[in-house]
Ligand binder design. Structure first.
Ligand SMILES: CC(C)(COP(=O)(O)OP(=O)(O)OC[C@H]1O[C@@H](n2cnc3c(N)ncnc32)[C@H](O)[C@@H]1OP(=O)(O)O)[C@@H](O)C(=O)NCCC(=O)NCCS
Length: 181
């Protein structure tokens, strides 16, 4: 497997895999109207191009697919950002503080260590960048992802958040880690 940086030329592929993996994972929770309005806003090309320009975005691909035309998954690492909750917990979490913004493996590639390969790469990047603390938001009922994060020492912080999808609001857990690489 191969990690490649996502470039602006990949925006359509990113939009497709992001919409597909979000729908496969969470689509059953929402009405078609809420799902469509979320997807239209979150995965619009201008929005994704902004994220490609301001975040570290990576595809996980097969070695035979170095252009990232049919990725197995993708990860978005957001340097030096905090949401309101993380700002309120500032003293607890040292800078540089990054967010694991999105981390998705395609449904047909899950459970075969693809996620582990991509997370090992992310951990390497955090170490190279001298990241001291990390946060992410995970759906409260997404036990599979929570177990996955826990294996990497990214743990439930005891704090909760809300995640709006159209008119629907989900309960999310704040997961965090502090690194001493
Ligand atoms: C969660 C996810 C990233 C894990 O990646 P993966 O490639 O499927 O996982 P791996 O095969 O590398 O497994 C690694 C670990 O994840 C956990 N895990 C994987 N599948 C699991 C399952 N079905 N149930 C519980 N834990 C599971 C285990 O801890 C596993 O380690 P183990 O086999 O030693 O017990 C992936 O399944 C995924 O993208 N899911 C949908 C999108 C999502 O929920 N993203 C997170 C949004 S916050």
């Amino acid at each position: 497997m191969l990690i490649i940086p996502i470039a602006p030329k990949h925006v359509q592929t990113l939009a497709e895999i992001a919409a597909e993996t979000f729908t496969d994972t969470f689509g059953h929770l929402y009405s078609a109207e809420d799902l469509n309005s979320y997807r239209a806003a979150a995965y619009a090309h201008p929005q994704l191009l902004h994220e490609i320009a301001t975040e570290e975005c990576y595809f996980l691909c097969l070695d035979t697919d170095p252009e990232g035309l049919k990725p197995l998954g993708f990860a978005q690492l957001r340097p030096n950002t905090r949401n309101e909750l993380m700002r309120s917990l500032g003293d607890e979490y040292p800078e540089p503080c990054w967010e694991l913004h999105r981390f998705y493996i395609r449904k047909e590639s899950q459970g075969m260590r693809a996620g582990s390969f991509m997370m090992d790469f992310c951990m390497k990047r955090f170490k190279e960048a001298g990241v001291k603390s990390l946060w992410l938001s995970v759906y409260s009922d997404n036990v599979k992802a929570q177990k996955f994060y826990q294996k990497y020492g990214i743990m439930y912080s005891g704090h909760n958040m809300e995640f709006p999808v159209g008119n629907h609001v989900d309960l999310e857990f704040l997961y965090t880690a502090k690194f001493s690489f």
